[in-house]
Design a binder for this molecule. Structure first.
Ligand SMILES: C[S@@+](CC[C@H](N)C(=O)[O-])C[C@H]1O[C@@H](n2cnc3c(N)ncnc32)[C@H](O)[C@@H]1O
Length: 216
């Protein structure tokens, strides 16, 4: 096969479909260059063990993307500040961040809301380890490694999540099943399908983050 031409053709077709389905420019770029880049890498004749090593390192960071279509990205500082401001008059007793990453939300909340017990659960090993180091000095914080689907939610006043569209329907079932009436579920950016949020906190940041708040 003329692999160079074939890889360029694959990239072109992928770009066409990405354009027809109106994907973001960065997705289009990834679709366009993926096959030619794979061909170019093959030409370098890198030993397969290095690919395995790269996969292992990526897996340690992005386990959530493989197991549940939930990749790793972080809540920004302004979202944390907006929540701290929101809770300032009436801090909740217990908050948990489901899929807590490296603690980008847990750390500022625990630092600002001293009377609140702030917990984080994360299943990917390297983000968990980074979060463990960051939260070690915070007495009101519990940082655990594990699957948030197995975390009982009955004792929390507030559950925070910044995940992806994929888990939202099942997560809302879990929330309804386990959380007490009157408690709050806050989802950064991703709405529960076909359910209007009780209210929305608008964050004044560049990506115009919206925190969808659902009173249980
Ligand atoms: C988009 S990140 C959000 C990180 C953090 N909550 C924040 O706001 O900065 C989602 C995180 O959920 C984690 N995750 C995905 N599935 C999980 C699961 N079943 N149990 C625990 N964590 C999970 C991912 O590894 C990732 O770190």
């Amino acid at each position: 096969m003329p692999w160079l031409e074939v890889s360029i053709l694959i990239g072109g077709v992928a770009l066409l479909f990405a354009t027809l389905t109106r994907q973001f420019w960065w997705w289009k770029t990834i679709h366009a260059v993926f096959a030619p880049a794979a061909y170019a890498l093959l030409k370098l004749q890198i030993r397969p063990e290095w690919y395995l090593l790269a996969f292992a390192i990526l897996f340690l960071f992005y386990r959530g993307a493989v197991s549940g279509q939930i990749p790793l990205y972080f809540s920004n500082r302004r979202s944390a500040t907006a929540l701290i401001h929101f809770f300032s008059d009436n801090p909740p007793a217990r908050i948990i961040d489901l899929g807590a990453g490296i603690g980008s939300m847990v750390c500022p909340l625990a630092e600002a809301l001293k009377s609140t017990r702030v917990n984080g659960v994360e299943n990917a090993y390297l983000p968990w380890l980074i979060g463990r180091l960051r939260t070690a000095r915070l007495a009101n914080c519990r940082w655990s490694q594990g699957d948030f689907w197995k975390e009982p939610l009955a004792d929390y006043d507030v559950v925070y999540a910044f995940l992806s569209p994929a888990p939202m329907p099942n997560l809302w079932l879990k929330i309804k099943r386990e959380m007490q009436p009157g408690t709050l579920f806050i989802s950064n950016s991703f709405q529960v399908p076909e359910l209007e949020a009780s209210f929305v906190i608008e964050v004044a940041d560049a990506r115009e983050t919206r925190l969808f708040c659902y009173r249980v």
